[in-house]
Design a protein around this ligand. Structure first.
Ligand code: ATP
Ligand code: MG
Length: 175
């Protein structure tokens, strides 16, 4: 779909909209017949509306990796590393094989920032990216290396979020 012009996107920052923008791009690309893979990091168990929503999109492969809990910096265990490695192995195949038009690595920036994923490994995969494949990296605290390699870098910056008013997360908007 992109010929030999597949590019790299980074969606980062503390405001809302990174994951939903990436899924929106997948929906758009799907409308052009794209073969797409989405690999989610650190999202083991929870019910995410976007996953159910895109399940039936033609040409979409969806992989989610991670343990059944939210993990915080310093609480990672072996299973978290193993799950992240599984995600990276699949991401490498999807990005370098030339079989996919679009590959989204959702929350890869957070997983890299936490050290669950080796950012040098991701940079190596991006260097070997198939020229036809577009890649999207999402999540807060994107490593500088990813920003430098990317063609599109967008920072979602929080100006207001109802979380500040104590509003609980809502199905359909937050997850
Ligand atoms: P979304 O999934 O809605 O596109 P996101 O991917 O930009 O958001 P993450 O940093 O991945 O956001 O955060 C995950 C969850 O936290 C989502 O439910 C998101 O709506 C919510 N969220 C995003 N930004 C904020 C914020 N500034 N304060 C509180 N919650 C937020
Ligand atoms: Mg997100």
């Amino acid at each position: 779909m992109f010929g030999t012009k597949g590019l790299i996107h980074v969606y980062t920052g503390n405001g809302k909209g990174k994951t939903t923008a990436a899924f929106g791009l997948a929906v758009r690309a799907c409308g052009h017949g794209a073969k797409t893979a989405i690999v989610q990091f650190m999202k083991g168990s929870c019910v995410y509306g976007e996953l159910e929503g895109v399940k039936h999109l033609p040409g979409l492969t969806l992989i989610h990796t991670g343990r059944d809990v939210c993990i915080f910096m310093g609480e990672e265990n072996e299973e978290d590393y193993a799950e992240a490695a599984r995600g990276i192995g699949l991401a490498e195949e999807f990005i370098t094989s030339g079989d996919y038009d679009l590959v989204v690595l959702d929350e890869i920036n957070v997983a890299s920032d936490m050290g669950l994923v080796d950012s040098n490994k991701v940079v190596d995969i991006l260097r070997r990216k198939s020229p036809r494949t577009e890649v999207v990296l999402t999540g807060r605290n994107a490593p500088q290396d990813y920003i430098e390699m990317a063609d599109y870098v967008t920072e979602m910056r929080e100006i207001k979020h109802p979380f500040r008013k104590g509003l609980d997360e809502r199905a359909g908007t937050e997850y």
